[in-house]
Every structure is written in structure tokens, then in C-alpha cells.
Design a protein around this ligand. Structure first.
Ligand SMILES: [Zn+2]
Length: 381
């Protein structure tokens, strides 16, 4: 999609020069692949460790949870990774997790049903934080008007801020996430609308320029920096148990389906109606970025997908044209915009976060520290 004559695709995965900073280690293999083979695969050894790391992780969390109502907190979206993390925490790790969901106004019915099935099936408690829709809407419209690709930042910001605020207020020492190498070892570059962490300075500057009311009730924390503060200073631990057991997309989906009647989505991130629209319509059509290339490259690297199949899938949209046009109208209407106005916004000049005030340098430094101390092995650039 949108590849010009100078375009180049990695011959091992399907990442390509739509990532402006991609480099090729030898003439054919990209730096994502190289990073995976050098820095992730050799250390990712659930298959030989006999689950020892998972047992140790579980014991530590249970021990800290003595005399408390819950051992840990897990953010759940209804998508595969977080649903499976909740399942693993309860059934394989014998933990007493509290599930936490943030309702930004964009849940699909399927995601709501999935959460209910997991909560009922596991017999665990759920707290739902419902975000003030008027403020959420105003922030999202402001973001669209800013012209930058990072249109999922408002949703990410309130979801993670709400979770971390709640965790801290209620003295949770352990956060379990569905983050994993298996489906996410190739992380899309920041240029593809994936601004790293949550930057409150950037959000406030964009809101000040394009917003209309207030966003005072929205939970907004500088997540990347808070993560470092929470972990190093407050001793909170973020666990990624899905890296310590066999976790493959198709098998995990099947297991949740059989056990809970959980339903799989057409593609990663489709649990949110907004994110699906953003990744399937807005980002590829306005900017030429297709996040599926990173998602599928992760699956190729972990032997869950054939490269030919991935190339075939990205050669056309995930959803039908009729569906995407309906979603364009739906999103416009929900945001209080006419279709025409939304189309005008779609055609605005392209901007990046660099056109606005931001804390990007500090976040970059934080990311460097996380990698240096081994908290993060994937590429964040
Ligand atoms: Zn590659």
C-alpha cells in the first residue's frame, strides 16, 4: 500500500520503508528481525525453564498479597492478550486478581460480552471506570484537528492513567499485563501513530489549541515516567506472565472460546470501535501506515504466520469498503461532527507531535533507561 519505487520490504518479515527509520542489517534483513534474533529470542526461554519463572512470579505476588483482598490488578479490554492474562493469573498462577476496565465510550458489544464472560467464568471482581464522554469527545476532536497521526493517544492516555491511578490509590504492588513477545515482539515505529507512552504536555497543548471546554475530569498521567517512578521508587512491579508460558494466538483464542465462550476478533485491537477505525481507515488512508505489518511481522518471527499469507492480508483492507464507510459516518456522528466536516479534517495538512509542545526528550531518556536495565527488550524508537 502506498509504496513508491524506493520502497523496500524485509525479506524475513514484512516491515518496510514506510517506517522511515528502518535499516537493513545486511541487504535483506531488517533491524526488527535482527533485534528479535539477537535480543529477544535467546532470552525468551519459557520452553526450557519448565515454568519455573512463572512459579516464582506467582509465589512472590501471593506472598505480598497476604491479608489483602486481592493479590494484583489486571487491566482488561476484552481483547485476547488481556483476557488471556486474566485467565492465566487465576488458573495457572492461582492468584486473586482484581480486573479493571476503562470504558472510553468505544467498546464494541463483543468486547463487553467477552469481559463479562471472563469475569463470570473466572469468578473474579471487576471495577469499571466510565470516562466522562463529553470531555473524551472534545479531546478526541481536538486531536483530529491537530493533524497528527497519533489519534489513539487520548484513549491510551485515559486507559493507562486510570489504571495506574487506581492501582496506586489502592496500594496494589503488582500489576499484571497481557504484554507479550509472542504477538508483539515487532513493535510498530512511533511514526506510525504510536507515540511512546502518555505525554500530558502534548495532550494539554493540543487541547489548548483545538479544544472547546475542559478536560479536568479525565485521568491523565505521564505514564512512561510514572512507570519508572512507580517501579523504582514505590516498588510496584509490572509482570508479563504471557512471556513465561506457551502463548500462541490461535491456541489461546481457541482455549478462551472453549472455556468461556469468549469470541475472537477479526484483528488485533478490534475490541475498540475507535481503534479499529483508526488502524483500518484513518492511519493507512491519511498517512499510509499499516500497523498490521508490525502485528503480522511479530507472528512471522514467532512462527505463527507464513510471510506469504501476511503479504496477502496487507494487500487489502481488513474490513470491507462498505463497512469502513459506515464506520466513518458512525465515528463522525459520535464525535458530534458532520460527515463533511470530518472529511475536511481528514484532508487537513499532516502534522506530527513536533508541531506541538511535548516532553518527548524526557520520555526517550526514560525508554533508554528501561532498555538499559532490561525492563524492555523491544524496540522503541
Ligand atoms: Zn524484518
Amino acid at each position: 500500500m502506498n509504496l513508491n519505487n524506493n520502497s523496500k520490504v524485509c525479506l524475513n518479515c514484512i516491515m518496510d520503508t514506510t517506517d522511515p527509520n528502518i535499516s537493513f542489517v545486511n541487504s535483506d534483513i531488517c533491524d526488527y528481525c535482527n533485534n528479535y534474533y539477537l535480543n529477544i529470542k535467546p532470552y525468551w526461554n519459557w520452553d526450557v525453564s519448565d515454568n519455573l519463572s512463572l512459579v516464582e512470579m506467582s509465589e512472590m505476588i501471593r506472598s505480598d498479597g497476604k491479608n489483602k483482598e486481592y493479590d494484583c490488578i489486571i487491566g482488561i479490554s476484552g481483547g485476547l492478550d488481556s483476557s488471556y492474562a486474566a485467565y492465566v493469573a487465576k488458573t495457572r498462577m492461582s492468584l486473586r486478581p482484581l480486573l479493571f476496565h476503562v470504558d472510553t465510550g468505544w467498546n464494541t458489544n463483543q468486547s463487553i460480552n467477552n469481559i463479562k464472560k471472563i469475569v463470570d467464568g473466572l469468578g473474579v471482581d471487576l471495577v469499571t471506570d466510565v470516562i466522562n464522554w463529553e470531555e473524551m469527545k472534545d479531546l478526541q476532536v481536538a486531536f483530529f484537528k491537530s493533524g497528527i497521526p497519533d489519534q489513539d493517544l487520548p484513549q491510551d492516555a485515559v486507559i493507562f492513567s486510570s489504571l495506574y491511578k487506581f492501582a496506586r490509590k489502592n496500594n496494589f504492588k503488582h500489576i499484571i499485563t497481557g504484554s507479550n513477545f509472542s504477538n508483539e515482539c515487532c513493535r510498530e515505529p512511533e511514526e506510525w501513530g504510536g507515540y511512546l507512552g502518555v505525554d500530558v504536555k502534548l495532550i494539554r497543548d493540543i487541547y489548548q489549541k483545538f479544544g472547546k471546554g475542559t478536560i479536568d475530569s479525565l485521568p491523565l498521567l505521564d505514564i512512561f515516567l510514572y512507570k519508572i517512578y512507580y517501579q523504582f521508587i514505590l516498588g510496584m512491579t509490572i509482570h508479563k506472565p504471557l512471556n513465561f508460558l506457551p502463548f500462541e494466538l490461535k491456541d489461546a483464542e481457541e482455549e478462551l472460546k472453549l472455556t468461556f465462550g469468549w469470541e475472537s476478533f477479526q484483528h488485533k485491537h478490534h475490541e475498540s470501535r475507535f481503534t479499529r477505525f483508526f488502524e483500518d481507515f484513518w492511519l493507512p488512508r491519511r498517512f499510509g501506515f499499516d500497523k498490521r505489518k508490525a502485528h503480522f511481522s511479530s507472528l512471522i518471527l514467532t512462527n505463527q504466520m507464513r510471510r506469504e499469507d501476511a503479504l496477502m492480508r496487507v494487500s487489502k483492507s481488513e474490513m470491507s469498503e462498505v463497512f469502513l464507510q459506515q464506520e466513518f459516518e458512525y465515528v463522525a456522528k459520535k464525535l458530534g461532527l458532520t460527515k463533511e466536516h470530518f472529511r475536511e479534517i481528514f484532508d487537513l495538512p499532516k502534522k506530527t507531535f513536533k508541531n506541538y509542545k511535548n516532553k518527548r526528550n524526557i520520555i526517550k531518556f526514560g525508554a533508554y533507561l528501561m532498555r538499559k536495565f532490561g525492563f524492555e527488550k523491544r524496540f522503541f524508537r
